[in-house]
Structures are given as C-alpha cells and as structure tokens.
Design a protein around this ligand. Structure first.
Ligand code: FPP
Length: 265
C-alpha cells in the first residue's frame, strides 16, 4: 500500500510548519554554490504544498528566513531575497488558481523595498482565497514576535485599554503575528539538526516534532507523507493521561507503531 493510502483522513494535522534546513549542505555536497541549494529548495516547496493540498491540510507554514539569517554574507542574503521575490511573482497566478491564500509573518519592514512590494502584491492578490493557507515566515523569529506582543500589551495597559488583571494566554496569542491561525500540530525540521531555532516558541508548546536527516532540496511528497504517518502514530496527551483521552482519538483505524514501521521499513 502506498504511503498516501495509509494516511487516516480523519486524523490530519490542521497546520504543518516546516523548518526547511540543509539547502547549503545539499549544494556544497554537489560542489555547487549555496544559492543552488536554495533554488532547489523552492522546488521542494512546490512538491510539499501539493502534497498538503492533496491531503486537505489547510495550513502550511514555511520558515524561509529568520531574523538571524540577516547576519549571513550579504551576497547570500541578496540571492535569497531575489529568489523569493521571483518565486512569489512567478507563482502568484498559480496560487490564485489553486485558491491559496498567502500570509507573511515576520519583521518585513527590514526587507528591501522591492521585496516588500512583491510580497504585498501577492498577499493582496490572494487575500480572498480560502482553500489553503501558505504562511511564509520571513525575517521572523519567535523572540522578536514575543517582544512585539509584549510592547503592544504594555502600550494598551498604559493607555487604559487593557487591565493588567485581564491579561491571560489569549491576550498574548491574539497579539502574535499568527493570530487567527491555529497552532502547528506538526513541526517538521529537515537537514539533521535537532533544534527549533527561534521558531514559534509559543505556538509550538504542544506541537509534535518530526526531525529528518534529509536535506530540504531532497524532501518531497513521499517524505511529507512519512512525516504525517508518524504524526498519526503519536498520542497527543496535552498533559493528561492516556485513559483520559477521547476514545475517538484512539480509534482502531489510527495508525499503530507496528503499522508504521512495517510501512517505513
Ligand atoms: C536553510 O538552509 C534554508 C534557508 C535559510 C532558506 C530557505 C528558503 C527557501 C527554500 C526559499 C523560500 C522561498 C519562498 C518563496 C518562500 P541553510 O542554508 O541553513 O542550509 P545549511 O544548514 O545546509 O547551510
């Protein structure tokens, strides 16, 4: 049975977030410039987005450029910006055709004007699409985002719009760049590193993590399905005991560990 056929459509994650790592190493291992790895990485985005749409997963976040990535050599930063601008411009019509709404989270004021303009155009033109959401984390870091939210909350308290005693988790959640977007159920990181690199620290409090050694340019539809299958084999307890979980979540059509290893081996 193929991997996609083993996926339980009743237990899909609503939101998958991906730390796309390994582009540079993919390129260097082929004696290519690092930018070639990023170019090939754009092809992987297309494959994974197609896989997510095929399954009916409504939210896909891609960590495209972190706040810390601004410290890379200027040449690489510029190539990445050019690549993203071209990819976004080239894909906008296709995104609209497929009813994909593009969102961007991050400190986009730091982007060069031409990049911000291209991104704004794509966001505007896909704003009414409702079938699928692609969230690009660009110039993003979770500490930056939490700092912004804290500043906003303090401002509101000072202005008398918010009482300190009314501050709760929802107060913070609704001031993050991800407001209105469900928390990631599954966080995938390619490229072999076992860390989350300042990515959605608040939102990933109860996400399932999936790490793979595969470099992002080599990651395709089948790898995505493998990650979804592993996710479906996890028991999400949110601090409770197994016995307390809703029986539905433990239903017999759920993928068991044995099933999964039989498929993956
Ligand atoms: C990490 O690999 C990847 C990035 C910093 C950039 C990822 C960006 C893209 C694939 C383009 C995105 C385009 C759009 C339109 C969203 P790395 O360079 O850190 O790899 P390494 O760890 O092997 O050096």
């Amino acid at each position: 049975m193929s991997l996609i056929d083993r996926i339980n459509p009743k237990r899909l994650p609503a939101h998958v977030a991906i730390i796309m790592d390994g582009n540079g190493r993919w390129a260097i291992s082929r004696e290519l410039e690092r930018v070639e790895g990023h170019k090939e990485g754009v092809a992987s985005i297309r494959k994974v987005m197609e896989a997510a749409r095929k399954l009916g997963i409504p939210y896909l976040t891609l960590y495209a450029f972190s706040t810390e990535n601004w410290d890379r050599p200027a040449e690489e930063v510029n190539s990445l910006m050019d690549l993203m601008v071209h990819a976004i411009a080239e894909e906008t019509e296709e995104l609209k055709k497929n009813h994909v709404k593009v969102h961007c989270i991050g400190d986009i004021d730091r982007l060069p004007d031409y990049a911000r303009t291209a991104l704004d155009k794509c966001i505007r033109e896909t704003a009414s699409c409702t079938k699928f959401n692609m969230i690009i984390a660009l110039s993003y870091s979770s500490k930056w985002e939490l700092t912004q939210a804290t500043r906003q909350i303090v401002r509101e308290v000072i202005n008398g719009e918010l009482r300190e005693s009314d501050i709760d988790e929802e107060t913070v959640t609704s001031r993050l760049t991800t407001r209105g977007i469900p928390n990631p159920d599954l966080l995938i990181r390619t490229g072999g590193e076992l860390r989350i690199s300042n990515f959605m620290l608040w939102q990933c409090a109860y996400s399932e993590f999936y790490f793979t050694d595969t470099y992002w340019p080599d990651f395709g539809e089948e790898d995505f399905y493998k990650a979804i299958l592993e996710f479906q084999g996890r028991e999400r307890r949110y601090g409770k005991t197994s016995e307390q979980l809703v029986p539905d979540l433990l239903s017999s059509d759920a993928v068991t560990d044995d099933d999964l290893s039989a498929t993956l081996n």
